[in-house]
Design a binder for this molecule. Structure first.
Ligand SMILES: Cc1ncc(COP(=O)(O)O)c(C=O)c1O
Length: 490
């Protein structure tokens, strides 16, 4: 009975107390819409009050459209109560841990100047999507569907889609990597692969040696896990050997993280001889290497160079991470880790713990795409496309941008060091007003910060050109050049 908890007070008209009690009952969900109220006679008897008070309350509520009396049937609630709702607020920002805080702090998608429609953007190094061969991919998708059917929509295996694993194992062999006692784990691109390796094999405070400058996402992940990052200077051939030896002997590092084939951001390609020297040094100091095979497939200014992983024969000192993201379908988020099979067995459990497995539908479609030979045709095609753009960019930069040096042997970007420590962020601010965007270089350095004082990399920037039309490349580089001259005069 709705009135069992109503204590009638003497200092307030009784009809009002009944009216409020019914309204409260509706509000808190005790009285649902369409539910029947006790008759006025029952209420007066139950509460030992005059029936007229109850009738007045019911009439008042009826006039407000809250209840309705149907002659000979009864009185019913006409309206819905509010959902039960007890406001409860928590300060989540206050509770964010160091991991979340670091990733937020260094989230350049949020902190850097945003792209606006109509701008010429050299910021991205993504591939040009109009080059994707959609018909080939559509066929591969239908093949996957025909061979695997609904299985692709059920749970799969953490390690990955077996035919794709076997494909990548063969692919690694073609790159002269010895795959005996090694295995592959399929991941969501390089980024997850790196996260899995780092989170499984390092502890807070461990030191990682990497190139200076290096991939911003890798820096961010290492920082989030509380690692100590030691960046080693590069020259035009790759890591400087003397500096590397010093770093290896002074810092007792846990790992090296290297991008030998198109370092991001410099675009420097480490040649075979230098790769050997680097590998031998890491081996001498018993420090394993995480090799990022980034953009290997796009090498077009030199003959193919085997990965560092190919140098360790049947040894397991190199963990190779592969991803075709910057060439083909980054949206599929497919990458892989090739490593010692006992390690992969553990990383497989880590992957399962993180997200069960990568999408089998995507892996299968990707596998049929690679198997069909479409990938080889596509790579040939895009190499030419990007090589032409690269040549255009280099010619224009040489003509319009006063630089100390530029690096980059192709791929999808080049890197510019400005003369006289000119601040690339000031340059970016000016260019942004002219609707031109690029990536400031400081984000690729351990001290990555947008600060006003000079820090390493402040006088550098990256020009990504994969998705910029030739016309805009010319327009944009001229604008950058004009603004450098403005800043230099100031
Ligand atoms: C150095 C480097 N490695 C790998 C990748 C690819 O990452 P993902 O496969 O997660 O897209 C990138 C993308 O920018 C990169 O710069």
């Amino acid at each position: 009975m709705i009135f069992s908890n109503l204590v009638v007070k003497k200092d307030e008209p009784i009809y009002l107390q009944i009216e409020k009690h019914i309204k409260q009952g509706i509000k808190n969900g005790e009285l649902k819409k369409h539910s029947k109220l006790p008759s006025t006679r029952e209420v007066s008897k139950f509460l030992n009050i005059s029936r007229n008070s109850v009738i007045s309350a019911y009439e008042e509520l009826e006039s407000m459209g809250i209840i309705i009396t149907k002659r000979g049937i009864g009185t019913f609630v006409l309206i819905e109560g509010e959902n039960e709702n007890y406001e409860y607020n928590v300060d989540y920002i206050e509770r964010i841990n160091a991991y979340g805080d670091t990733l937020k702090k260094f989230d350049i998608v949020k902190s850097e100047l945003p792209y606006k429609k109509g701008m010429i953007s050299f910021k991205s190094i993504s591939p040009e999507s109009h080059l994707f061969n959609l018909d080939d991919f559509k066929r591969s998708f239908l093949d996957a569907w025909a061979y695997e059917g609904a299985n692709l929509l059920n749970y799969g295996y953490a390690k990955g889609y077996k035919p794709l694993i076997d494909y990548f194992l063969e692919y690694m062999k073609e790159k002269q990597i010895n795959t005996i006692n090694k295995d592959i784990l399929i991941t969501n691109g390089f980024t997850e692969a790196f996260d899995i390796v780092i989170s499984s094999l390092t502890n807070k405070g461990d030191t990682i040696i990497c190139e200076e400058p290096t991939h911003n996402t890798a820096l961010k992940i290492m920082k989030a896990y509380g690692l100590n990052i030691v960046q080693v200077k590069m020259d035009k051939e790759g890591l400087n050997i003397k500096s590397l030896e010093e770093a290896l002997s002074n810092h007792n590092p846990k790992f090296g993280y290297l991008i030998p084939s198109y370092n991001n951001p410099t675009g420097i390609v480490t040649k075979t001889e230098r790769r050997k020297e680097i590998y031998k040094l890491f081996r001498k100091f018993s420090v394993p290497i995480i090799e990022d095979g980034f953009n290997e497939e796009l090498l077009y200014t030199s003959s193919p160079i085997d990965p560092i992983a190919s140098l360790c024969g049947s040894g397991n000192g190199v963990i190779y991470i592969g991803s075709l993201s910057k060439i083909l379908f980054p949206g599929l988020r497919i990458g892989w880790i090739l490593a010692d099979d006992k390690l992969v067995d553990i990383l497989e459990s880590v992957k399962r713990g993180k997200n069960i497995h990568s999408s089998f539908l995507d892996q299968s479609a990707f596998y049929y795409y690679l198997k069909s030979g479409a990938f080889n045709r596509y790579v040939k095609n895009v190499r030419k496309y990007y090589r032409d753009k690269y040549n255009l960019v280099v010619n224009l930069v040489e003509k319009y941008i006063p630089y100390e040096y530029i690096t980059g042997e192709g791929g999808l970007h080049i890197f510019v060091k400005l003369k006289n420590n000119l601040d690339a962020r000031k340059l970016l601010d000016l260019c942004y007003k002219d609707n031109v965007l690029f990536m400031p270089g400081d984000i690729f350095y351990e001290n990555m910060q947008n600060t006003s004082k000079f820090i390493t990399g402040n006088d550098t920037f990256r020009i990504g050109f994969g998705r910029v039309t030739d016309e805009d490349i010319e327009k944009g580089i001229k604008i950058i050049g004009k603004n450098i001259r403005l800043l230099t005069k100031a």
